[in-house]
Design a protein around this ligand. Structure first.
Ligand SMILES: [Zn+2]
Length: 214
């Protein structure tokens, strides 16, 4: 009943064109989206995480939507991005094999100012779709207020983010197969720094999942 009322007040819209659509993606845009998809699963030998999966190249409409999502308070897009990942066949098979999903955390004050951590919203929706997958937005925390990574080059990025994350509950991480979720993968320094803490806490395996790759 509540869902019905909410749907009337705030009908679900297509995440791309904005038209009302129950599935958050209208048939026309679904076809377009398939063409943009360049899903890839990479193995990384020299990082703290084992693999990286992403869905789209960071360009065009996807870039536009991710920027809107991050900076223009359009939190409804979380469902759209979560579903894009969930509807991908390879991704859904991968998700079955992991224990917990952790969003790259924001510094607390920044999260309060924005009102939400955009990556956490997506991670929550993904976890809801799988019994085996538990959402954990607490064990990994950001303890340093850093500069925006996008304003820095590769070396500066690594320095900026160094020791910025901390695992506060090692028991929850130990021996777990972890999905670490972020919106965009650029140089990988953020997810690698997060993975360092998770591995030092005994994580068994880490798969980094991002919506897009720059
Ligand atoms: Zn559409």
């Amino acid at each position: 009943m509540l869902k019905l009322v909410l749907d009337l007040l705030y009908p679900p819209v297509c995440g791309i064109c904005g038209k009302i659509d129950q599935k958050e993606l209208c048939p026309k845009c679904a076809i377009k989206l398939k063409q943009w998809e360049k899903a890839k699963l990479y193995a990384y030998p020299h990082t703290y995480f084992e693999k990286h999966f992403y869905l789209f190249p960071y360009e065009g409409i996807i870039r536009e939507k991710l920027i809107q999502y991050k900076f223009q308070n359009q939190s409804y897009l979380s469902t759209f991005f979560a579903k894009s990942l969930l509807n991908h066949k390879k991704m859904s098979r991968i998700l079955e094999k992991y224990d917990i999903i952790i969003p790259v955390p924001m510094y607390r004050k920044k999260e309060k100012r924005r009102g939400y951590n955009q990556t956490a919203l997506i991670a929550r929706e993904i976890a809801k779709a799988y019994k085996n997958l538990v959402y954990d937005g607490k064990s990994l925390q950001k303890i340093k207020d850093t500069k925006m990574q996008s304003s820095l080059d590769k070396t500066e990025r690594r320095k900026n983010i160094k020791n910025a994350y901390k695992v506060i509950n090692q028991q929850k991480i130990k021996d777990k197969k972890i999905i670490l979720l972020d919106d965009i993968y650029t140089t990988g320094s953020t997810v690698n720094e997060c993975s360092k803490g998770l591995k030092q806490s005994g994580a068994k395996e880490i798969l980094v999942v991002t919506i897009a790759k720059d």
